[in-house]
Design a protein around this ligand. Structure first.
Ligand SMILES: *[C@@H]1O[C@H](CO)[C@@H](O)[C@H](O)[C@H]1NC(C)=O
Ligand SMILES: *[C@@H]1O[C@H](CO)[C@@H](O)[C@H](O)[C@H]1NC(C)=O
Ligand SMILES: *[C@@H]1O[C@H](CO)[C@@H](O)[C@H](O)[C@H]1NC(C)=O
Length: 327
């Protein structure tokens, strides 16, 4: 970023010299020179401006979360935010106590399954299964928040994800061009068709307006425009936002605090997903995504800084690992 500015600055100076040098000896009037200089300055400013706005980037753990008006999760219109996949139902569920079970490996060996299943409402993400992991992650799923990119991974195992708990509500999120009626790829049709035979399943899609609200939330909390900073929101971001809307209190199991991966001593390898023990390492995935400038990436660590901020305002607690000494 600063190197880029330097480069532009240098070009700028030498460019100006060239212009002046050529024009003066040929006897151009001072007016012409002035106009050239003015145009040149304007163009340079334009270049600088556009390079500044399109190249916002993330500095690992250097985010200053703006302490502005806190987001109000309770004053949201649930009806227009979550569109039923079939019919005209409204997402009416409200829970006093929710637990969010992340897909990370931190719960493996925890024997928390029974405690988790005792919770009023449990929230899981994407294709994190419970079969075979019940002892540690429990088996009840009240809500499952699913990214557009995980739709097939969930739907191709209906007995695991659609027919396991008595009542389950799936909430799909994704760009409007992928998940709305008549969109390319027909993802919505596939969801309708696959969930149809399961009367115990309620399925909703995050509405286009609500998707924008999640982007606005990211901008409000980080000061960064999601698209300009080439960030992808994670399913964790949607899950935390949705949990804040639907639950009075939220306890999060298995999410690491923002500084976890930068504390040298604490970093030992741990699978990013408990159900993919040979898969990528959690901290490596977080750090690579957070730092990457090429293409679009998840900002997992920035998102956790925001969650820490929310925890100072709302009823959110974290364990396995614990985030704060007093919880
Ligand atoms: C929902 O749909 C049913 C029929 O499928 C209809 O009777 C009812 O009026 C609808 N409710 C609303 C609020 O649109
Ligand atoms: C759901 O699971 C039950 C057994 O738990 C089975 O009897 C039923 O056929 C399944 N439903 C579908 C639609 O697969
Ligand atoms: C925390 O939850 C309790 C109910 O358990 C509620 O009365 C209180 O208003 C909540 N506090 C905040 C800040 O949301």
């Amino acid at each position: 970023m600063s190197r880029k500015k330097d480069l532009i600055g240098k070009k700028d100076l030498s460019g100006k010299k060239d212009l002046i040098g050529k024009k003066d000896p040929t006897g151009a009037t001072g007016q012409q020179t002035a106009i050239f200089l003015l145009l040149f300055t304007l163009i340079t400013l334009l270049i600088l401006y556009s390079s500044n706005t399109s190249r916002e980037s993330f500095q690992f753990s250097a985010l200053k979360v703006k302490h502005r008006q806190p987001p109000n999760f309770k004053r949201v219109d649930i009806r227009s935010g979550y569109l039923p996949v079939r019919g005209n139902k409204t997402l009416h569920l409200h829970c006093q106590r929710c637990v969010v079970i992340t897909s990370s490996s931190h719960l493996i060996g925890s024997h928390l399954g029974a405690t988790i299943d005792d919770s009023e409402c449990t929230v899981r993400m994407n294709d994190a299964p419970t079969t075979g992991y019940e002892k540690d992650v429990g088996s009840k799923t009240t809500f499952r928040v699913v990214a557009h990119s995980s739709v097939y991974r969930v739907l191709r195992r209906p007995q695991e994800f659609l027919n396991k708990t008595q009542e389950t509500t799936l909430i799909f999120w994704g760009p409007p061009n992928k998940l709305q009626e008549g969109s390319k790829g027909g993802l919505l049709r596939v969801i309708q068709h696959t969930t149809g035979p399961f009367p115990n399943v309620a399925a909703y899609v995050v509405s286009p307006g609500k998707m924008k609200t999640f982007d606005d939330l990211f901008r409000g909390e980080t000061g960064k425009d999601r698209e300009k900073s080439r960030s992808w929101l994670s399913t964790g971001w949607f899950t935390m936002g949705i949990a804040m809307e639907l639950c009075d209190r939220v306890h999060v199991y298995g999410m690491v605090p923002p500084n976890y991966c930068s504390r040298r001593a604490a970093v030992h390898k741990l699978a990013y997903h408990y159900y993919e023990p040979k898969g990528p390492d959690e901290c490596t995935t977080y750090i690579q995504n957070e730092r990457s400038r090429r293409g679009s990436h998840h900002r997992f660590i920035t998102e956790k800084l925001v969650f820490a901020h929310w925890a100072s305002l709302y009823n959110i607690t974290f364990s396995h690992p614990r985030w704060f000494q007093d919880q």
